[in-house]
Design a protein around this ligand. Structure first.
Ligand code: OOB
Length: 551
């Protein structure tokens, strides 16, 4: 077993096996099963490219061989930062097949995040696209490599410049690569065994609560269940055409049910790196999209865009919205504007998923964030002393279950507080658990700003701002926003200089921070308010912003 991974206790694991949640499958093996079942059907559409199930399986097998020959071994971590391009899937499956561990970085991550991940994981390889949406990932790779020289291989989908072209790893069948894991035959070491179903298959990134990135280990068995059960709840089938508009590197579009759930059901994936209504609506009409997933700000934008775009969205049956709270008023307008069923999804990379069901009454869908995916999910709402609150009362959400982690990777100290002694994950979310089993999301107890689904740890941004020579003290807080739910406001103490937002933003970009983490407002103050115990009083700061908004 991987060092730094916290397994489920054996007693619990035994139950998950016996009750059929965990099956003896691997992520790589599932692709072969799906290829056997759906062979020549189209699995993925990206631009003019169409790839069948069989082709995808063969591609992943050949890449597994190519990656082995490059020197990637079972147990190696590999940073995978691909936007929604067709190469994502074969690379992801190939890495899972050889037992290497992909770390799913988001396309928006920059040197600050990728560098920290490289250091934390000791990754030996980094897989990128050449460029997307005007950003050159090869330049990012050059910067990251200066900071993390252990990153031996940079593999590029597209024009590789001085790096390794992904296409060069796609050895023709019969050249020793087809069997993928049997690539050892050409001298790259003995063929590794198939990974165990209960081994870690890959890492998702946590939205984070601290200054350090947190890696969420997902096992083959736990994620296979996550995908299978999600596909069932969303009633996916062979007729499903799933538009991946959110990044597939994020849990929502990857496996809830996302692209993997679509493959499980024998449907077809449509990939785009641009979720704007102009692009997405045209794709819905052209490809006959039936299901997609969005964060609330995009859902709001799409609902407005139907007024000025005239694409035919008649095929769209289901819109999933999650990542941040969708206001009930907006939820009620989905059917009337987009002509489809809404599903609220309250999920987390750490595991637990709540979904409204497709036949739930409209008001239940509008006013709750769904109920747990699995009968084996355990949810508790507790007060500050850890005592369970009365049903329907506000409390902090704790959870454990067959697809919820028991510990972040290599984070012993953090794990000591992020989990209860009996293995419940402290989600940091404030919720009401209704007697009917549904969950209402109320807010957070953790210091994370949720800007329309994108998570920014206050501490991380504070640390970055403190690196500015003029900044003496800083506190980052959310400011309510009608479109994004929350935006980011930084209060700074910077005596003697006229530090402005533009300068602070330039400084943070220069330091390689992902742009979604940049502050939207900067307020210079003489001193930060303190609580009676001498901690920064963030409550006073958010109250001040609220008072300004009213006044
Ligand atoms: C999803 O995953 P993450 O890991 O980016 O963020 C998880 C956090 C939750 O702890 C909660 O604070 C917030 O995002 N959240 C919601 C929400 N869905 C997620 N808050 C209110 N309402 C919702 N519907 O965001 C994620 C993962 C899988 C599926 C969907 C979303």
């Amino acid at each position: 077993m991987l060092a730094g991974f916290t397994p489920w206790p054996e007693e619990q694991a035994q139950r998950y096996r016996e009750e059929g949640y965990w099956q003896d499958v691997t992520i790589g093996g599932l692709l072969t099963t799906w290829a056997d079942a759906h062979g020549d059907a189209v699995a993925v559409t990206a631009g003019d490219r169409r790839v069948s199930y069989r082709e995808l399986d063969g591609w992943a097998h050949r890449l597994a061989g190519g990656l082995r020959r490059l020197g990637i071994a079972p147990g190696d971590t590999v940073l995978l930062q691909l936007p929604n391009v067709v190469e994502f899937l074969p690379v992801f499956f190939a890495l899972c097949r050889i037992g290497a561990l992909p770390v799913l970085a988001l396309p928006a991550h920059r040197e600050h995040e990728i560098g920290a991940l490289a250091e934390l994981t000791g990754a030996s390889a980094y897989v990128i696209a050449d460029q997307d949406l005007g950003f050159d990932y090869r330049e990012l790779a050059r910067q990251v490599r200066r900071r993390a020289p252990g990153l031996q291989h940079v593999v590029v989908a597209g024009d590789a410049a001085e790096f390794v072209p992904l296409a060069s790893l796609d050895a023709p069948e019969g050249a020793g690569g087809d069997a993928g894991v049997a690539a050892g035959a050409d001298g790259s070491g003995p063929a590794p065994a198939r990974p165990d179903a209960e081994d870690v298959a890959f890492f998702l990134l946590s939205g984070g609560t601290t200054g350090q990135p947190k890696l969420i280990p997902r096992t083959h068995a736990d994620y296979a269940y996550n995908v299978r059960a999600s596909a069932e709840v969303c009633e996916l089938g062979r007729d499903t055409v799933y538009l991946a508009a959110l990044p597939v590197a994020h849990n929502f579009a990857l496996g809830c049910p996302g692209v993997l759930g679509t493959l499980h059901a024998g449907g077809r994936i449509v990939l785009t790196t641009d979720a704007s209504p102009d692009t997405a609506f045209a794709l819905i009409e052209r490809e006959g999209v039936t299901v997609t997933a969005l964060v609330p700000p995009l859902a709001l934008l799409w609902m407005q865009a139907v007024e000025w775009l005239d694409d035919d969205l008649a095929t769209l049956e289901l819109l999933q919205v999650g990542g941040a709270k969708l206001p009930a008023e907006a939820a009620r307008r989905v059917r009337g504007t987009l002509g489809c069923t809404l599903q609220q999804v309250f999920g987390m990379g750490e595991g637990l998923l709540n979904y409204t069901r497709l036949d739930d009454p409209d008001e239940l869908v509008a006013t709750t964030q769904g109920r747990p995916l699995s009968p084996a999910d355990e949810l508790r709402a507790v007060d500050e002393q850890g005592r369970e609150v009365a049903p329907g009362e506000a409390g902090q959400l704790l959870t454990r279950g067959p697809y919820t982690l028991r510990g972040y990777y290599r984070a012993g100290e953090h794990n000591a507080t992020a989990f209860t002694p009996d293995g419940f994950y402290r989600t940091g979310d404030l919720v009401r658990l209704l007697p009917n089993g549904y969950v209402v999301a109320l807010g957070r107890t953790k210091e994370v700003i949720n800007k329309g689904g994108e998570k920014v740890a206050a501490e991380e941004l504070e640390n970055e701002l403190l690196a500015h020579p003029a900044v003496r003290e800083v506190a980052v807080v959310p400011v309510p926003d009608p479109d994004f739910g929350e935006r980011i406001c930084a209060f700074v103490v910077a005596p003697g200089v006229g530090l402005g937002l533009a300068e602070a933003v330039d400084f943070l970009v220069e330091r390689g921070l992902a742009t979604y983490k940049l502050p939207d407002r900067l307020v210079v103050v003489a001193a930060l308010p303190l609580t009676t115990v001498g901690k920064v009083n963030k409550r006073a700061l958010t109250d001040r912003l609220a008072a300004e908004a009213v006044g």
